[in-house]
Design a binder for this molecule. Structure first.
Ligand code: ADP
Ligand code: ASP
Ligand code: MG
Length: 239
């Protein structure tokens, strides 16, 4: 079976967490084809943006993309190494190497097309493919990023392009709640919600799923499953 999973930054904050995610992935491999999308470790993207503004008052958007896309490149290679050390074949790919083509709207680029030939070839050879989320490249090979929280969009877009049955998003809470569970302790986890309800939550600022990723899932009618990367408790199905 083809399985598409995305792991967010808080799930990959430390070497121990990266190894724990690698273990989950290796346990799932068996005969499955796995495509794993990752965000940058912890607060890397914010730290890179802060660095940019310490050296330049008004950095060019192109250079911002060159800089912040490195966060996901770092986490994808580290996760591939951690998987490899558990005895499985894994390869990391940038957005561009994954065939993600975008327009040239730097820092908030739109995905125009995905040519997943290279991913498909690697899956056929038995590799676990680890894709750097949040990024793509224009036809001129300029690196772009997809807006904050954009690894969610990479995951859904790849699930659509590879014709997966669903897209799994693993994060630091056990699914989608009626409100942010870190702020409202009595918030309840939702077992299942529809795209419209999720769009509203994302629109109102629930960063658990990026708005554009929910829009793309609805448009392509692909279910999203949101759950914890730290345990195997049931999460939320959006469909
Ligand atoms: P990731 O690094 O996995 O992408 P994010 O920080 O982008 O994680 O999104 C997960 C966070 O979204 C949770 O830690 C939670 O605080 C926040 N959040 C806000 N609203 C909600 C909600 N309604 N349900 C679940 N999480 C929510
Ligand atoms: N690392 C990027 C961000 O912080 C993308 C993501 O986390 O999805 O916005
Ligand atoms: Mg996120």
């Amino acid at each position: 079976m083809l399985i598409i999973q995305k792991y967010g930054g808080n799930s990959l904050k430390t070497p121990q967490k990266i190894k724990a995610v690698a273990k989950r992935i290796v346990d799932l491999k068996k005969n499955n084809s796995l495509v794993i999308i990752v965000s940058a470790l912890g607060d890397t993207t914010d730290e890179l943006l802060s660095l940019a503004h310490q050296v330049c008052q008004k950095p060019a958007q192109r250079e911002i993309d060159m800089l912040i896309s490195t966060g996901e490149q770092m986490s994808s290679s580290l996760l591939a190494m951690a998987i490899h050390s558990l005895g499985k074949k894994a390869v990391s790919l940038t957005g561009s190497q994954s065939g993600i083509v975008t327009d040239n709207f730097h820092t908030r680029a739109k995905i125009l097309a995905i040519n997943p030939l290279r991913i498909k070839g690697l899956l056929k050879q038995g590799y676990i493919v680890v894709v750097a989320g949040f990024q793509g490249a224009t036809l001129e090979s300029e690196i772009t990023t997809l807006g904050r929280g954009g690894s969610d969009l990479t995951a859904v877009a790849l699930a659509v392009a590879l014709k997966a049955k669903r897209c799994e998003i693993y994060t630091d809470v056990e699914g989608v709640y009626t409100a942010d569970p870190k702020i409202v302790p009595e918030a309840k986890r939702l077992k299942e919600i529809n795209y419209e309800e999720m769009l509203e939550l994302s629109f109102l600022g629930a960063e658990v799923l990026q708005l554009r990723c929910v829009e793309m899932a609805e448009k392509n009618n692909i279910p999203i499953y949101v759950a914890s990367s730290f345990n195997s408790c049931k999460g939320t199905l959006i469909k």
